[in-house]
Design a protein around this ligand. Structure first.
Ligand code: ZN
Length: 264
């Protein structure tokens, strides 16, 4: 259900305990020469909409919050960014509006990697400002489906990062009019260290703050030219199905009863 299509009296009548508010959070930033600035926003909205349709819990999806933390893209024309402090404060204030109206479960569905750390701070602010009866969660939608990504991808590690095989495929499935495949380039740097790579499935023990222009002249990280609509549909279907399952589970959570005492 679309949250913003409801009327105020309809919100008042909702079962707040059994409802989950999903806030897609994304960005408007460069995605190489072939994908629109809106890519992350399109995909976060698509995953949220599809997940809400598949979930059995009462899921309310807000309009996407499109202003992300994209300072590392600012060397490329068109990119927009909030400072992290502004982002955390703004989304924390929005979250507390939902708390005031009685909602108990918030999920910030993230579509832009660099939003994740500040979104964790937003979730932390909600917990610290409430008595524990409200839960705020967040996650990158692709992190819900590592096995599906391994099964569907054709590229090796490094092929599915910013504007690479994943996002190009998903955009070909969801918004093909915002993809110019004749301009797609593949950029998979050969890293000189084992401690850093770029991929949706990368495990990086060391975080390195960087600007995209430090490592990519095109703004792309990955195998954009391997993008196909068929793989994109499979990826969006897998992500929305798994997130629907999460939302159904999450709708029943309460913090104090989310565990049992194990042995030992
Ligand atoms: Zn993106």
């Amino acid at each position: 259900m679309e949250y913003a299509r409801l009327t105020s009296p309809e919100v008042e009548l909702l079962d707040k305990d059994g409802s989950v508010i999903v806030i897609p959070v994304a960005a408007i930033e460069q995605h190489g020469p072939h994908l629109s600035l809106k890519t992350d926003t399109v995909l976060a909205e698509a995953v949220a909409r599809r997940a809400a349709e598949k979930a059995t819990a009462n899921v309310l999806v807000t309009p996407a919050f499109w202003a992300g933390c994209s300072n590392h893209h600012m060397d490329f024309p068109g990119s927009l960014s909030l400072q992290q402090e502004t982002f955390v404060r703004t989304l924390s204030e929005i979250a507390l509006c939902f708390v005031r109206h009685g909602f108990k479960k918030l999920f910030f569905l993230n579509g832009h990697g660099h939003n994740l750390s500040p979104l964790q701070l937003v979730a932390r602010n909600v917990r610290d400002a409430t008595d524990g009866s409200v839960i705020a969660a967040t996650g990158n939608y692709w992190h819900f489906i590592p096995d599906d990504i391994r099964r569907i991808r054709e590229s090796p590690m490094g092929g599915m990062a910013h504007a690479g095989e994943f996002e190009t495929s998903a955009m070909l499935a969801e918004a093909p009019d915002q993809v110019q495949m004749d301009r797609a380039v593949t950029h998979m740097p050969k890293w000189k260290t084992p401690f850093f790579t770029m991929d949706f499935l990368a495990s990086r023990p060391a975080y390195i703050a960087h600007h995209v222009s430090d490592f990519s002249p095109s703004g792309v990280f990955g195998a954009a030219r391997l993008g196909t609509a068929q793989k994109g549909e499979q990826l969006l279907d897998a992500a929305s199905s798994k997130i629907a399952a999460f939302l159904d589970d999450y709708a029943g959570w309460t913090l104090g009863t989310l565990y049992t005492l194990g042995e030992g």
